[in-house]
Design a protein around this ligand. Sequence first.
Ligand SMILES: NC(=O)c1ccc[n+]([C@@H]2O[C@H](COP(=O)([O-])OP(=O)(O)OC[C@H]3O[C@@H](n4cnc5c(N)ncnc54)[C@H](O)[C@@H]3O)[C@@H](O)[C@H]2O)c1
Length: 328
Amino acid sequence: MHILITGAAGFIGMRLARRLLAEGQLTTARAAERITRLTVLDHVPVQGLPADPRLRIIIGNAADAATLALITEDAVDAVFHLAAVVSVAAERDFDLGMAVNLHGTLALMEACRRSGRTPLFIMASSAAVYGGPLPPEVGEDTALFPQTSYGMQKAVGERLVDDLSRKGFLDGRSLRLPTIIVRPGAPNMAASAFASSLVREPLMGRAYTCPVPRETPVCVLSVRRVVDSFIHAASLSTSSLGHTRTVQLPGLTMAVDQLVEALAQVGGQQAAQRLSFAAQPEIVAIVRGWPVRFASGRSGALGFRADASARQIIADFVADELDGRIVP
Ligand SMILES: NC(=O)c1ccc[n+]([C@@H]2O[C@H](COP(=O)([O-])OP(=O)(O)OC[C@H]3O[C@@H](n4cnc5c(N)ncnc54)[C@H](O)[C@@H]3O)[C@@H](O)[C@H]2O)c1
């Protein structure tokens, strides 16, 4: 089986690539299939993957039809589409967001269609698709009125996944991600980056100023669970998905303050004391439009799982990304 991951230098893509290489197989609705080739594509260098004869690293533009055609010429069976211009960046640069998130996604789908192989196509969507007046709990059946260009681009991507799957051009699934934590290294340009930074920076002994107020609600899912979810999505049968290929992933909803409490439980009070709060209007405006509670009925029935607790998410981050070391 030949798998393509776009955006593989990123937070989620890198961890998904490592996991697929380690497992050596991907279970689809047909069978557990051996991975013979993993192509990873990003426009920045992909560092941090083990040397592996199955691995092919391509540094290129995931929105470029010629690059994509070259990759899919080589019989791609499954695509994990994670490359994106994330929320704040797509809001600041409309042309770039459209080129990558909308036209790039279409170009990738077109390459899949032209391959004639109906590959599995698992796309990272986002809770940014929701907007406007929202019910107390949102889910796959909530009407979508995204309030950012990024949210609109993801929402259109979901509809494309549904339609191209209906036509048999690909076998798609769109996973609507809540805020994924805890991102190591430098923050990206997502409005949600604060949810990782307020955990990571204090644990590494650094002060951090959170750009949203303490009472701001967030819905979080760990990077471990989101990687599990992408792999699980590949195993689902078409018939189990019903009228839409979109799944709202579950998460833990809490106020920023509760995340800070969990930080103190894992890293001690001194970690929590490294935080301060100063609202940044651009971030607050985006975050205020986000839904707070996500329905988990469909995702639960399909076998997707949220994390046990914020404390566990943070403890896993310390184990996975900090080699168990917290700066006192
Ligand atoms: N992390 C989250 O909280 C979250 C929440 C909702 C949705 N998502 C979605 O999940 C996916 C992965 O998110 P992430 O947190 O790993 O983001 P990330 O920013 O860490 O990774 C995205 C990667 O895409 C690459 N990329 C961007 N444009 C490209 C292009 N034209 N060609 C090739 N590569 C390109 C970037 O270089 C980057 O490595 C994205 O589609 C994002 O929109 C993430």
